[in-house]
Ligand binder design. Sequence first.
Ligand code: MG
Length: 368
Amino acid sequence: MKITLSLIKADIGGVGGHTKPSEKVLETVRAFIEAKGQYLLTDHRVFYTGDDIAVLMTHTNGPKHEKIHQLVWDAFVAGTEVAKSQGLYGAGQDLLKDAFTGNIQGMGPGVAEIEFEERPNESVMVFTMDKTEPGAFNLPMYLAFADPMWSPGLLVAPEMNKGFTFEIIDTEYLEADKVIRLNAPEDLYDIAALLRETRRYVVRSIYSRKYPDQHVVSVATTRLKHIAGKYVGKDDPVALVRVQKMFPATEEMGACFRNAHYVGGDCRGSHQQPLMPVPINSPASVHYCIPIVQGITFSMRNGKMTEWVDVFVDPFWDYVRQKAAEKSIAMREQGFTEPSMLPREELEYGGIVERLNRLDSTFELKHD
Ligand SMILES: [Mg+2]
């Protein structure tokens, strides 16, 4: 029996800013999923990452299933009503369409889904980010699935020896999903050439090459500005990663977040800042809301999930958080000048672009 893992998240309002959902909103979404998903879902969890609520579900309906997507959409709509009644900031901000139209993808919320035949000891990691964009996953996914310096399993695990297939999406192309499949290690430099452009090319899926029917990674690649036509908040991507045995070890995947690498996002979605790994259910930081990533790992059998392990909570990650804070301050010391502030095409609060356009029109040509 094939199991589908679906992870859907949205920002439907924060307490006193873009911090975290209120307890009442979170409870509303949780109760809705519990009640209405009773006969649809095998299991589920509801948690938050900064101001985003994530709904993690197992079921047997396959990806892009209308009833599953509608269930979560309706839960977010119910939560938004409560958020509005409490005066939360940005209530319903990620629900960009007025009515559900069959697939929640393209309506605002981020979606990652994988369907698979469960292994007897299925291990899954879930990563959720806040205050950043889908390309923030490019580097850790490359390191874990293509670089033996970071992922020794590529050398020592026979089932990983053939490498992995990367499916990369061009997020600038809006008419349809425009994707390319490249194989590591043969196409390594092509993969790297694309993944360096984190704002355009994004890892969407990864597949095993030894077992090509094994879908290993799914990343939510929604870019909200493309749906809304203007800045409405950061995309805040999520990812599902199957780990162990024929895939990278839990610890190989986790270690690839120790760089606290620079990503686009932060306060007003306008700066380059390091990605700080934090415990699950953490509010956003008020140090310019530094981009954060949360991670959990769990086992599952027949679609039933065990309790999770919070992977960024142990003392090692205190050091990484320290490093991220130092990198954050170092970049912020650069003030408004690049590369601290993002380039014009990514400056998502319109004011500065309007200002630059006005100034551009008043430049004078001097020939003396
Ligand atoms: Mg958010």
